[in-house]
Design a protein around this ligand. Structure first.
Ligand code: GLN
Length: 228
């Protein structure tokens, strides 16, 4: 089958030939809501390319952010997974730390995934380097130790609906405590929070850019459109 350039996948995942109706409607809705949405992806280190691909598939623009000038004209920003200590160092040397801290404090929509979640947190374990300190969560890095460096888990996320969301965790952090303004969006089976939001800030301990299920990216885009 030849793919037309407009043959976008459904945010619910699934391959070609599956859920054609939904694919069509997501395309229409994307087109309607996100014609001008521009979601910057912090591109200093880590898996920013995968995030860019998903955002572009969903119909929005996803420019790389490496310098303060790249922050102009954005509707939202994704801070990808990678190595949080390296990313914060590069934020400093690229003169991005102060502008990003200010934007986050002023309520600009940001989504941190894995290392990105660490960078958004107000409280970190002793191994962490404070970065944006915007979200009222306490985060512990590498919380699963070496024995389970990486794993997948099905999460029930009411904000996404059914089916359960299969999340990929890679040397993942966890959320240890949340302040009153924070809503927990997903927990592991033992109750550990692994996704949360506070106003327009979103944090996930796992990697939604590495799975075919694009509902978290879709959710971020929808929230930006809704709150614009
Ligand atoms: N362990 C990394 C850190 O602490 C995060 C891992 C990831 O982003 N996959 O920065």
């Amino acid at each position: 089958m030849t793919k037309s350039p407009l043959s976008l996948p459904s945010p619910h995942g699934g391959g070609e030939g599956q859920g054609e109706g939904r694919t069509h409607w997501s395309l229409v809705i994307c087109h309607w809501s996100f014609t001008v949405a521009t979601i910057g992806v912090l591109a200093l280190q880590g898996d920013f390319r995968e995030h860019r691909e998903v955002i572009e598939r969903l119909g929005a623009a996803a420019p790389e952010v490496r310098l303060p000038k790249d922050l102009e004209g954005l509707n939202g920003l994704i801070i990808p997974g990678g190595e949080s200590t390296a990313i914060v160092r590069l934020m400093r040397t690229s003169n991005l730390l102060d502008p990003l801290r200010k934007m986050a404090a002023d309520g600009f929509p940001m989504w941190g995934t894995c290392a990105g979640m660490i960078l958004l947190a107000k409280r970190l374990d002793a191994s962490g380097v404070p970065a944006l300190e915007a979200m009222d969560i306490g985060v512990r890095r590498n919380a699963f130790g070496r024995q389970v460096d990486s794993f997948e888990a099905d999460l029930h996320v009411s904000a996404l609906g059914d089916p359960p969301y299969r999340a990929v965790f890679i040397r993942a952090p966890i959320i240890e405590d949340v302040g009153p303004a924070v809503e927990v969006l997903a927990r592991l089976a033992d109750g550990t929070p692994v996704a949360a939001r506070q106003g327009r800030l979103l944090a996930t301990a796992f990697h939604p850019e590495l799975t075919p299920d694009h509902r978290f990216h879709w959710f971020f885009l929808q929230e930006i459109a809704r709150q614009a």
